[in-house]
Design a protein around this ligand. Structure first.
Ligand code: NAP
Length: 244
């Protein structure tokens, strides 16, 4: 069966590295983005130059109709999705008393409902084929508490619950569901914290550095591969031992 990967939020950061790695592992890849069409198209162009098959599709994962349309476009252009990587996410810091309804709803809509939307859109084909792989990108803050990131942490804990429960439900159908939990990874998401804070975070990481998007891409590629064919419902922390 043709290998087709949909990586949400793959115009930048971790998603971009995952899409790049999967394309070079032989997947035809849908590069999803929200706003940065330029970045998504730049990646698609690079992948095509390398002889890989790729398309860029805009969709806000929080919107079910947009996700359904993206999956349809992917199926028409590349074929049915055999690997889904739920990577698109939003983060930010706020004290809990300042968390507005809008912020709470948006984080849940993107980080959790986004995964629900994409999974439900690709599942019919996976169930029909009795095969498929889903990888959710959670966070170390989905395994541990995070002061001033309560909303984010709640969404990432929920993604782990989704992973474990869905893995049990889908295992008899031959579909694996796993999670990666990145530590502090050097992307635009954390660059807003500033150089000083990032230096401190690198020092707090026992392996002595920030993670790279490629560190996470390697873990995603492993979980997607046949080498992980007996692994489902697991959370793989890729964090340089930031949290043990
Ligand atoms: P990033 O650099 O901020 O990139 C975010 C990506 O997601 C971009 O491609 C963005 O698209 C896309 N995106 C955002 N909202 C979207 C939406 N509603 N629909 C579709 N795409 C959307 O983030 P990152 O650091 O690579 O993080 C990727 C994932 O890893 C997130 O789930 C994050 O929570 C998780 N994570 C990150 C870290 C870290 O330290 N960086 C740690 C743990 C977990 P545009 O380019 O179009 O804006």
């Amino acid at each position: 069966m043709k290998k087709v990967a949909l990586v949400t939020g793959s115009s930048r950061g971790i998603g971009r590295a995952a899409a790049y790695r999967l394309a070079h592992d032989g997947y035809a890849v849908c590069v999803n983005y929200l706003e940065r069409k330029d970045k998504a198209e730049e990646l698609v162009e690079l992948l095509r130059k390398d002889g890989c098959e790729a398309i860029a599709v805009q969709a806000d994962v929080a919107k079910r109709a947009a996700v359904d349309a993206m999956v349809k476009k992917t199926e028409e252009a590349l074929g049915p999705v055999t690997l889904l990587v739920n990577n698109a996410g939003v983060a930010g810091q706020a004290q809990f008393q300042d968390v507005t309804d809008e912020l709470w709803d948006r984080y849940f809509s993107v980080n959790l409902n986004g995964a629900r939307n994409t999974i439900q859109a690709v599942l019919p084909h996976m169930l029909h084929e009795k095969s498929g792989c889903i990888i959710n990108v959670s966070s170390i803050w989905g395994q541990h508490g995070a002061s001033c990131e309560v909303t984010y942490s709640c969404t990432k804990h929920a993604l782990i619950g989704l992973t474990r429960s869905l893995a049990m439900e889908l295992a008899p159908s031959g579909i694996r569901v796993n999670c990666v939990a990145p530590g502090v990874i050097n992307t635009d998401m954390v660059k807003v914290l500033g150089d000083e804070v990032l230096k401190d975070l690198a020092e707090q990481t026992p392996l002595g550095r920030l993670g790279t998007p490629e560190d996470i891409a390697h873990a995603v590629a492993y979980l997607a591969s046949d080498k992980a064919s007996f692994i489902t419902g697991q959370v793989l922390a890729v964090d340089g031992a930031f949290i043990l």
